[in-house]
Each structure stands twice: as structure tokens, then as C-alpha cells.
Ligand binder design. Structure first.
Ligand SMILES: Cc1cc2nc3c(=O)[nH]c(=O)nc-3n(C[C@H](O)[C@H](O)[C@H](O)COP(=O)(O)OP(=O)(O)OC[C@H]3O[C@@H](n4cnc5c(N)ncnc54)[C@H](O)[C@@H]3O)c2cc1C
Length: 469
């Protein structure tokens, strides 16, 4: 009799995987993006993977695991890059990848099961309605919609629609609770906030309703400037131009574009500071004219480039968001990254100061987004990694310059979101997961309700058995 036998007996024919290699593969996400998490979480593994095929099966699994005191870590595509989907306390990985049905598709909205891939949702919505999801991460093709809601924050589309947390960007979530008799709860409006970006600790999402937006044939553009701050100023001006219909706008500092965008390199010069854009066809000429007037050189434009020049190129969104870091990592494994903001109104001068202070340590990457009626500079700078101690010191130096850091080298909600323990979220967890079995180790407030944000990170969850410096 193994500890999993009672579980197998309770869940009947719901797929249960115990083969060690397969379990280990499903116990890992993109945690290795961070050298800090890589050293700390490399040995983490679950005991089994359970793969429900329907909401009813999710309920069966949660009830059984609750009664048997088995920790459950939900998993979508496993593309999260802070170890959010790593089963720190062992137990079961709840693999949602078989729940992929699109349940309803009508103008302006889509309802799907949790495990639907965003690329598949976009393909179906475009074919049927000429629409698409408002937002997707740069991992659209491999990430699930519920994984994005539970683990992500924004992405392609955020220049037009803001971050995922903006009211209206998630319409409804259905969650299953972790109790002897799990409840199914539909959340709308402000209730969504305690489940969005909560890493599944407050409930397992079974169904998602999202708004759709018109889907033109986006034109991809790469526009270059010799100067970094000139590229940023142009990006800001373009982002503020209300008449331009944009889907994506990032600025990447030299030498990263030429050094790391290998398949686009043939269009680029070594010193290019690059704006990476997706724009609707009816805005493309106006955008090109505006950029030229600000001294930009069009390096690539998908609607005018010859067919043979376009062959084999990745989507432009695969140069942006965390894919910029991925491209850097593929060429230079010593690169890591941060996630940060800038002091309001001093964004460009702060970027210039960072370039001046850290010429050998930071190559910057800014994602322009919108929130609260303003254009924002979000940043995913590429950082040359030496030691964890130096990375922490760098984060503290940047914070002292007025740049808030959302620490991507931490697997907890509080450290990653730059916040204290949240009593409302703890209360919801108590109601929905009274035994604390959902994704243990990701919510410091569950173990320490008085926790105050520490910018140095390094929270040690006991079950990983890891001493933390
Ligand atoms: C190269 C790269 C680029 C990226 N770009 C972006 C980006 O542009 N924007 C962005 O926001 N993120 C980005 N990410 C992070 C990640 O890809 C996205 O957040 C993605 O949407 C996660 O989806 P997933 O299905 O892979 O989720 P997973 O990684 O499987 O899970 C993410 C979290 O959600 C929880 N979860 C999964 N399914 C459920 C469920 N049904 N119910 C409750 N909890 C659940 C998991 O436990 C985990 O905590 C990037 C990552 C990489 C590696």
C-alpha cells in the first residue's frame, strides 16, 4: 500500500500519473529563469500528477485530496517564471491541460475551460468572429487562460487595454474550493482581484470568461534610433498618440536587439536601440511618418517586407515581454532580469541614469502600458548575474532611485508583488482552503499574517528544506 493508493481509490478513472520522470517534468515551470530560484528549487517534485478532464473531476480530486491531507498545486502550461507552479510541499500537481474546451463564443466575449491555450482561443475567435483576446502573455501559444489569470499580470495588448487587473479585463471566473464538499463559486467584479495573480492559493479556476476585441491583421514594425533616450522619448510620444491603434510597444536598448534577436539580425545594426511595435493596418502609415519625423529608421515592416525576408521570423511578440530575456539567455546564459517601474514623470531621466550608472551590468528593456488614464513605463531590464548578494544589492540601489521592484527571484505572492501580507486574501483562503493545502509555500501571510514586505526577498518555506542566505 503506497500513500497514493487511497487517492487512486477515491478518484476512480481520473488519470493519475506516478511515473517519476513524468511527475518531475510536470513539477517544473520556468523557475530556472532566475538563478536564485534555480539553485533553491531544483529538487522540488510532487508525488503524483492528476489530470482531470472536466469540472466535475476537479471537484472529485479536490474533495479526495482535502480528506487525505494531500497538497495540491494547480498547473496550466507551466510557463510561469517565478516557480509559481512548483509543488513546494510535494503532493499532487493538478494538471489542467486536458480541460481545453471553448464553451461559448459570441461577439465581445469568450467562455472557456481553464486549460484552453490562449493561442487556440485567439485562432477560434478570429475564425468565427474576427476577434481575439484583449491581452495575452508573450507565451500565448503554450500558456493556458487560467494560468495567465492566476499567474500572469499583463502583456501584449496592455498598451491599449492596461494590465490584466484593470476592471473589465477579466469578466468572470469560476473557482472550486478545497473542502470535503468543494463549492463552485462564480466571481465577478471586485471579487476577481483575490484570485487573479494569486497563484491558485484561494481556489482552483475551472472556467474563465474574458472580453474579446477586434482582431485586425496586425502590422509588425522594428524602428531604430542611435540614442537610447531618443528611442524612449519616441516610444512615449507614440504611446500617447491616441489616434494610433497599437497592440504592442516595447523599447529595447542597444546592444540587445542586434546581439540577441538572431533571426531579425539581418535587418538591424549593432548600435540600434529598437522600438518593437504591433499596429493596426489603418494606423501603420501614420505611425511610420511620426517615427520618421522623430529620427527613427524603419528596419522592418511586415506589410511591406518581401515574402522571402519574412520567412522563418518569429512573431514580434516573441521579441517582447519575457521573451526578450529568453532570447538573451539563449545567447548569454549569464543574463538574468528584474521587473520594475519608474518614478512618475521622471521615467526617461531615470532610464538615462541607469544606463550611466550600470553600463556593464544592465541592458534595459521597457514595456509601455496604460493604466489610470496614463502611459506607464514598465521595465524588464536584462542584468548580468554575478552573485545573489550583488543582485539583492542592485535591487536595493534601484529602489533607492525610486524604481519599485517586483522581485522575479522570489516564489511568494508578497515578495513578487511588493506588498505586505493581505488580511482579505488570507480570510478568503481560510474560507476556501481551510487546511492550507492549495499551492503551499506561495503565500507568506498564511504562515506569517504579520509579514511586512522585505525588498531583499529570500523567504524560506520550510517544506523545501532549503536554508536561505
Ligand atoms: C518566455 C516567457 C514569457 C512570458 N511573458 C509573459 C507576459 O508577457 N506576461 C505575463 O503576465 N507573464 C508572462 N510570462 C509568465 C507566464 O508565461 C504567464 O503568466 C502565463 O500566462 C502562465 O500560464 P501557464 O498556463 O503556463 O500557467 P502555469 O505556469 O502553469 O501557472 C501559473 C500559476 O497559476 C496557477 N494556476 C494554473 N492554472 C490554474 C488554475 N486552473 N486555477 C488556479 N491556479 C492555477 C499555478 O499554480 C501557478 O501558480 C512569461 C514567461 C516566460 C517563460
Amino acid at each position: 500500500m503506497t500513500p497514493l493508493d487511497p487517492l487512486a481509490a477515491r478518484i476512480g478513472d481520473i488519470p493519475l500519473i506516478t511515473q517519476e520522470k513524468a511527475v518531475r517534468a510536470k513539477s517544473r515551470d520556468f523557475f530556472w529563469y532566475s538563478p536564485v530560484l534555480k539553485s533553491r528549487l531544483d529538487d522540488v517534485t510532487a508525488e503524483a500528477v492528476v489530470a482531470p478532464r472536466s469540472e466535475a473531476e476537479v471537484v472529485t480530486v479536490l474533495a479526495a485530496c482535502h480528506d487525505l491531507d494531500i497538497p495540491v498545486t494547480p498547473r496550466g502550461g507551466g510557463t510561469g517564471n517565478y516557480g509559481q507552479a512548483m509543488p513546494l510541499a510535494g503532493g499532487v500537481v493538478l494538471d489542467m491541460a486536458r480541460m481545453t474546451r471553448i464553451l461559448e463564443l459570441r461577439p465581445g466575449r469568450v467562455v472557456t475551460e481553464a486549460g484552453a491555450l490562449m493561442g487556440d482561443i485567439d485562432t477560434a475567435a478570429r475564425a468565427e468572429l474576427g476577434e481575439e483576446l484583449r491581452l495575452h502573455p508573450s507565451t500565448r501559444e503554450t500558456a493556458t487562460i487560467a494560468g495567465f489569470v492566476a499567474g500572469g499580470s499583463g502583456g501584449v495588448g496592455s498598451i491599449r487595454w492596461g494590465m490584466l487587473a484593470e476592471p473589465g479585463n477579466i469578466l468572470r471566473l469560476r473557482i472550486a474550493t478545497m473542502e470535503s464538499t468543494p463549492r463552485l463559486i462564480d466571481l465577478t467584479g471586485e471579487e476577481i482581484a483575490q484570485v487573479h495573480h494569486a497563484y491558485g492559493v484561494t481556489g482552483v479556476i475551472t472556467e474563465v470568461e474574458m472580453p474579446l476585441a477586434p482582431a485586425p491583421d496586425w502590422v509588425e514594425m522594428l524602428i531604430a534610433w542611435p540614442g537610447w533616450t531618443d528611442a524612449l522619448a519616441a516610444g512615449h510620444r507614440i504611446a500617447c498618440a491616441e489616434g494610433l491603434w497599437l497592440k504592442q510597444l516595447a523599447a529595447v536598448e542597444a546592444p540587445a536587439p542586434h546581439a540577441y534577436f538572431l533571426r531579425h539580425r539581418k535587418f538591424l545594426d549593432a548600435g540600434d536601440n529598437l522600438l518593437c511595435l504591433m499596429v493596426a493596418p489603418n494606423s501603420a502609415d501614420a505611425l511610420a511618418g511620426l517615427a520618421a519625423g522623430m529620427g527613427g529608421t524603419m528596419r522592418y515592416r511586415s506589410d511591406t517586407a518581401p515574402q522571402d525576408a519574412r520567412a522563418g521570423l518569429p512573431h514580434l511578440h516573441h521579441l517582447a515581454w519575457n521573451h526578450t530575456t529568453l532570447r538573451a539567455l539563449k545567447t548569454d546564459p549569464e543574463i538574468t532580469y528584474l521587473q520594475m517601474g519608474y518614478p512618475e514623470g521622471r521615467e526617461i531621466e531615470t532610464c538615462a541614469e541607469i544606463a550611466r550608472r550600470y553600463p556593464d551590468e544592465i541592458v534595459n528593456h521597457v514595456e509601455f502600458t496604460r493604466s489610470g488614464g496614463r502611459v506607464r513605463f514598465g521595465s524588464l531590464p536584462m542584468v548580468r548575474f554575478t552573485t545573489e548578494a550583488r543582485l539583492v544589492a542592485l535591487m536595493l540601489e534601484l529602489e533607492a532611485m525610486g524604481c519599485p521592484i517586483w522581485n522575479p527571484h522570489a516564489h511568494t505572492l508578497e515578495e513578487g508583488n511588493h506588498r505586505d501580507a493581505d488580511p482579505a486574501q488570507i480570510a478568503l483562503k481560510k474560507a476556501n482552503d481551510p487546511k492550507g493545502l492549495l499551492n503551499p509555500g506561495k503565500m507568506i501571510g498564511w504562515e506569517d499574517p504579520g509579514y511586512r514586505y522585505d525588498p531583499r526577498g529570500g523567504y524560506a518555506y520550510a517544506a523545501t528544506g532549503r536554508a536561505v542566505s
